[in-house]
Each structure stands twice: as C-alpha cells, then as structure tokens.
Design a protein around this ligand. Structure first.
Ligand code: ZN
Ligand code: ZN
Length: 226
C-alpha cells in the first residue's frame, strides 16, 4: 500500500516536490505572478495603483466587454504552463490552469453569468491541435460553478495566423467578421473563457458580435492577462 502511495503521489510540474491533485505544489502556487492593480474594464495590468480605474484606451473609448477577470499576470512560469498545454498537447495542464482560474473566481464576489462560452478555434487549427484549450479550461469551471457551457454556439469562420506579429490595429482589422453565431443565445449575461488575453481584440470582436445579437452583458474570464 505504502509503495503504491509513493508511486502515485503527484509531483509539482514546476519543482518536482510532492503536490496535491493539480500537480502544482502550494509554494509554487503562492509564487505565481498575480495582478495587483488593473483596468476595471479590460483588465490591463497596472504597475501601480492609479487614481483612474480605467486604462488610457478604455478612457478614450470603452471596449465591448464589461469586465475581465484574470487569474494571473502573463509572466514566468505562466507562459510555460500555457505552452505545455497548447504546443506540447499535455491536457493535464488544462486541469491546472482551470483550477487556478476557479480559485480566483471563488476568492472574489463574482456576478454569476447565465452562460459560459469558450473562445472558439477555427476548424483547421482545431484539427491540427486536436482540442480547444479554451474549452478544456472552461469545462471544469462550468461544472464546478454549475453554469451552462455553450461549446458550439459560436463558430470561428476565419483563420487568422501569426496574430502576435501584428499591431493591435492590424489585429482588429484581421479579426473582423471572424466569428458567427450558430445557435441563438437568449440569455442576458455571457462570459467568454480564454487561456491568455493579450491585446484583448479577440474577446472584443466576440463581445461585439454578442452585443449586436442582444446580449446585455459580456465578461471575460482568463487564466492570464498580458
Ligand atoms: Zn512546486
Ligand atoms: Zn482598459
């Protein structure tokens, strides 16, 4: 029995110390980069506490998302954890990332959405990767919080490559008309789930589409915000 226990004790994916069910030890969890201050609308991290709750861009024009909750800042080792999931196709990392996001949501007073929508992948990318990381992160969240999950409500109809090389303006242009609502969504408050939000333009494009279709409130839950 003891040997069995020793053999199957999960170890931390970052330091190899013994860990709990999510394969990340307590010390490494405590050490993860958190966001102390951020824009109240788009979640852009601030270096310090600012008098204005909105970032410069949101002050100029409010984005279509009503709020963004991020578990972590996009600094080491978050990029490593995300790339293990996305590029090494190690699905056990989805469990870790989802757990971290759930912890954050449960530690805050969140307004419960009526529906959770994972940011969809284009079918070509989905075929190549074999899974949608946003869905893998959203699924355990929806289950734990008992909120319906709409896996296929929105379709990504345009493939956009190498977004990271483009400026925010180019990304916005590139992403225009990328999504299509496949099934009517008749709720008031929707939350989009993604692994990482960088410029935010993908979630803005989706939120625009949802709001045009009559959804009143669109929030974003993400594991990391750059
Ligand atoms: Zn550790
Ligand atoms: Zn902002």
């Amino acid at each position: 029995m003891l040997l069995n226990k020793l053999l199957f004790t999960p170890t931390c994916v970052l330091c190899n110390d013994p860990a709990g069910i999510i394969s990340l030890c307590d010390a490494c969890q405590k050490d993860l980069p958190r966001i102390k201050y951020c824009c109240s609308q788009c979640g852009l991290p601030f270096q310090e506490k600012l008098d204005n709750a909105l970032c410069g861009e949101c002050q100029q024009s409010l984005p279509p998302i009503d709020y963004l909750i991020s578990s972590l800042a996009y600094d080491y080792p978050v990029g490593y954890l995300v790339s293990q999931l996305k590029f090494n196709r190690n699905l056990s990392y989805a469990k870790i990332l989802s757990h971290l996001l759930l912890n954050t949501l449960q530690s805050q007073k969140i307004e419960r959405p009526d529906l959770i929508i994972p940011v969809p992948l284009h079918k070509n990318r989905l075929r190549k990767r074999g899974f949608n990381q946003a869905l893998e992160i959203a699924r355990p969240l929806a289950k734990a919080l008992n909120i319906p999950l709409a896996k296929y409500a929105i379709q990504r109809i345009k493939q956009t490559d190498a977004q990271s090389l483009l400026s925010a303006k180019e990304r916005r242009k590139n992403l225009r008309h990328s999504f299509k609502i496949k099934r009517a969504i008749t709720v008031k408050h929707v939350v989009l789930v993604d692994d990482v939000v960088t410029t935010g333009v993908t979630t803005f494009e989706l939120a625009n589409l949802l709001k045009k279709s009559g959804i009143e409130k669109v929030g974003v839950w993400t594991v990391a915000r750059a």
